[in-house]
Design a protein around this ligand. Structure first.
Ligand code: C2E
Ligand code: CA
Ligand code: CA
Ligand code: CA
Length: 275
């Protein structure tokens, strides 16, 4: 029994070491991902529930590793966060997304909003606002077409967040609170922050139990009272869509309408959908 315990222990630490080695290797590759052209953005359309109009897209990062193939952002974003590589990658994401939005406008497609996820390290970076403004200047995108997605958990420092969000607002940049309802933060900040959209987290939609439907109703009511638009994400079924439309949810995003798509697929869509 003693031996067994010991070997289990050894195996466990061996596994931990392998995990750490794996992570370190991935981190090294991640540093090169942009210069090696392995990073790409896909775009997931968002639609107005009432009119069916395509209102915007959310940029979602994709890493095509030379040997491992596609690595999901759920895997590499946390590593990028922890190591700080998120700062150059995040800036690249922001610039690529803004450049793309501007390009679509110049190609004559109807104007749509470009939503970009920003991580906490970027948001807390002293140069954050400056970086955003520089990207807008460089790409020539009108600030009103940029939407920055932040999560509730980034806003625990209310004074700091209020200051940054106010600056973005003053520049005409839109801000969404992503994954709303999962951050356990106080609701009182909502009235203090100049935000334009709340995104209801998809966990509430996945199972339309009575408690989840109550939560979704409450979020939509709250947002309406504060004149904030609501986007439901992760919409996969007609049942979910019907439920959201009876509650007058403003916008939807999810596999029911479209998966995140590479740029040329979005261009095809923009030619066919009412905008
Ligand atoms: P998120 O910001 O909440 O993005 C929504 C995620 O839900 C995306 O996963 C999207 O592909 C997925 N999704 C969309 N519709 C549906 C649906 O109908 N059903 C289901 N089951 N899923 C749906 P993805 O692209 O794997 O991204 C995962 C997370 O990684 C994102 O969650 C975000 O937190 C992070 N992420 C992705 N791209 C970026 C980025 O450019 N920058 C930063 N900082 N984070 C990013
Ligand atoms: Ca998001
Ligand atoms: Ca989300
Ligand atoms: Ca999420």
């Amino acid at each position: 029994a003693k031996d067994q315990g010991k070997s289990t222990y050894c195996l466990f630490t061996q596994e931990m070491n392998n995990d750490m080695i794996e992570k370190t290797l991935l981190e090294m590759d991640l540093r090169q991902a942009i210069s090696r052209n392995e990073m790409e953005l896909h775009y997931q359309p968002q639609y107005d529930m009432k009119t069916g109009r395509m209102t915007g897209v959310e940029a979602l990062a994709r890493w095509n590793h030379s040997k491992k193939g596609l690595i999901s952002p759920g895997q590499f974003i946390p590593i990028a966060e922890e190591s700080g590589i998120i700062l150059p990658i995040g800036l690249w994401i922001l610039e690529t997304a803004c450049k793309q939005a501007k390009q679509w406008q110049e190609q004559g497609f109807p104007n749509i909003r470009m939503s970009v996820n920003v991580s906490i390290r970027q948001f807390k970076q002293p140069a954050f606002i400056n970086n955003v403004l520089k990207v807008l200047q460089k790409t020539g995108l009108d600030p009103c077409y940029l939407n920055i997605e932040i999560t509730e958990s980034m806003t625990t420092d209310v004074d700091y967040s209020q200051k940054i969000l106010q600056q973005l607002h003053n520049e005409g940049i839109h801000v969404s609170i992503d994954d709303f309802g999962t951050g356990y933060s106080s609701l009182s900040y909502l009235s203090k922050f100049p935000i334009t959209h709340l995104k209801i987290d998809q966990v509430f939609l996945q199972d339309l139990s009575s408690s989840n439907t109550a939560i979704i109703k409450t979020i939509i009511d709250l947002a309406k009272n504060l004149s904030i638009d609501v986007i439901a994400e992760g919409v996969e079924t007609d049942e979910q869509a019907l439920f959201l439309s009876t509650l007058r949810c403003d916008e939807v995003q999810g596999f029911l309408y479209s998966r995140p798509l590479p740029k040329h697929e979005i261009e095809k869509l923009l030619q066919t959908v009412p905008v």
